[in-house]
Ligand binder design. Structure first.
Ligand code: MN3
Length: 202
């Protein structure tokens, strides 16, 4: 797959640019996907170019074991590779409002209710966590190896690869994800994202 091994290609959006309107408009999607996501793909290829051995690893392998990356290229690979990995999860994790599911089903529904008392309370806590991200980063819902659900914030383009945490929901809270449409109103973006955030099946 050209999306998770070298040379990396920009994964096309799995829906038309205007498919998430009115919650995320086409202009926002064009800039976010083509320009921002695209820049991480190009940056990752450039960072890996001098390292034929690293080119044989998958993206997950690169990001799971940062200690084996050459010191000189480590920051560039982690930033750009993290950007590629995080944006892939984000864009694949959204779907048009009339598709979905945009609410948890089955096992995940029960787990969310047990852990957070209710779906409404879970959304409140998730959005609060996303509002607490200072500067650029991500908020996600993860299934930990012990089976518990955890809301976690990630800085910049960090990931939890290598920790055994399985990402279930993933929201980009960098300003570039919402500024064109929502300006400084991150809370409004977060309120609306639940209409297009797709829930996986456990
Ligand atoms: Mn982004």
């Amino acid at each position: 797959m050209p999306f998770d091994t070298y040379p990396y290609e920009l994964m096309p959006l799995p829906y038309p640019y205007d498919a998430l309107e009115p919650y995320l408009d086409a202009e926002t999607l064009h800039y976010h996907h083509d320009k921002h996501f695209g820049a991480y793909v190009n940056g990752l290829n450039a960072a890996l170019k001098p390292y034929p051995k690293l080119q044989t690893l998958t993206l997950k392998q690169l990001l799971s074991r940062p200690e084996r990356l050459p010191q000189k290229a480590r920051t560039a690979i982690l930033r750009n590779g993290g950007g590629v990995y995080n944006h892939t999860l984000y864009f694949v994790g959204l779907s048009p409002a009339d598709q979905g599911p945009h609410e948890p089903q089955g096992v995940l529904f029960n787990k969310i209710n047990r852990t957070f008392s209710s779906f409404a309370n879970f959304k409140r806590l998730f959005n609060q966590s996303a509002l607490d991200v200072f500067g650029s980063g991500w908020t996600g819902l993860f299934l930990s190896p012990d089976g518990s659900l955890q809301i976690r914030n990630l800085k910049n383009q960090d990931t939890l690869l290598g920790t055994g945490m399985r990402p279930l929901l993933y929201v980009d809270v960098w300003e570039h994800a919402y500024y064109l449409q929502y300006k400084n109103l991150r809370a409004e973006y977060l309120q609306n994202i639940w209409n297009i955030l797709q829930f996986p099946t456990l």
